[in-house]
Design a protein around this ligand. Sequence first.
Ligand SMILES: NC(=O)c1ccc[n+]([C@@H]2O[C@H](COP(=O)([O-])OP(=O)(O)OC[C@H]3O[C@@H](n4cnc5c(N)ncnc54)[C@H](OP(=O)(O)O)[C@@H]3O)[C@@H](O)[C@H]2O)c1
Length: 211
Amino acid sequence: MTIAIIGAGNVGSALGRGWLACGEEVIFGVPNPADPKYRGLPEERLRAPRDAAQGAEIIVLATPWPATETAVKGLGNLSGKIIVDCTNPLGMGPSGLELVLGHRTSAGEQVAAWAPQASVFKTLNQIGADSMDKASNFPVRPVMFVAGDDEANKPVVMSLVAKLGFEPVDAGPLRNARLLEPYGMLWIDQALNRGRGRSFAFALTDRRPGG
Ligand SMILES: NC(=O)c1ccc[n+]([C@@H]2O[C@H](COP(=O)([O-])OP(=O)(O)OC[C@H]3O[C@@H](n4cnc5c(N)ncnc54)[C@H](OP(=O)(O)O)[C@@H]3O)[C@@H](O)[C@H]2O)c1
């Protein structure tokens, strides 16, 4: 299956590198494929966003939140497509970065409202871009939660997450993006405000049986 990554900044380029390294077919949809800033990416894989999306079964959203509505609505017919939403709906509030949608909805659900014919999943928003193609460099396999309503296609997304080296964990329905986006904020707060830096990830561990 072809993966179209919409946006090739920090997140899009890292995910692209990661999936290309494990043999996935990846194309990038960017506003101006001729822009020299994309020279680090394989030129033959750069497309206009709509062309990229129409040529793929899986569409990964790696756009800044304020650009995401226009980006999604410009991708053409998304019927039957899988959308992997990596965005965090960030904005600057009085106390610094915050979730501009609050906690009673989520970017994932908003994306689903803009693309009602697609299957939307929320994941890959819970770690820094810098680590997205380096999950195998952690001593413990980092966890990556995946939320989405389409149970038939969830294994496809879980498998793509696993190929990057993460432990994919089913986080339930897309509504639970309301949990995963604040969880992404927890990562950001640790990285930017608590001095932890960007090279950490969350992991899950179970108590020993009977322990
Ligand atoms: N950075 C992180 O560590 C991190 C981690 C997890 C999740 N996220 C989330 O992932 C998303 C992307 O973050 P980022 O750091 O990768 O941002 P970024 O470096 O600013 O990259 C954003 C990309 O989106 C492209 N873009 C903008 N409008 C577009 C449109 N209408 N159609 C297609 N592409 C468009 C930009 O292209 P141009 O530059 O050519 O405009 C750029 O390539 C954000 O929602 C962020 O919250 C970020």
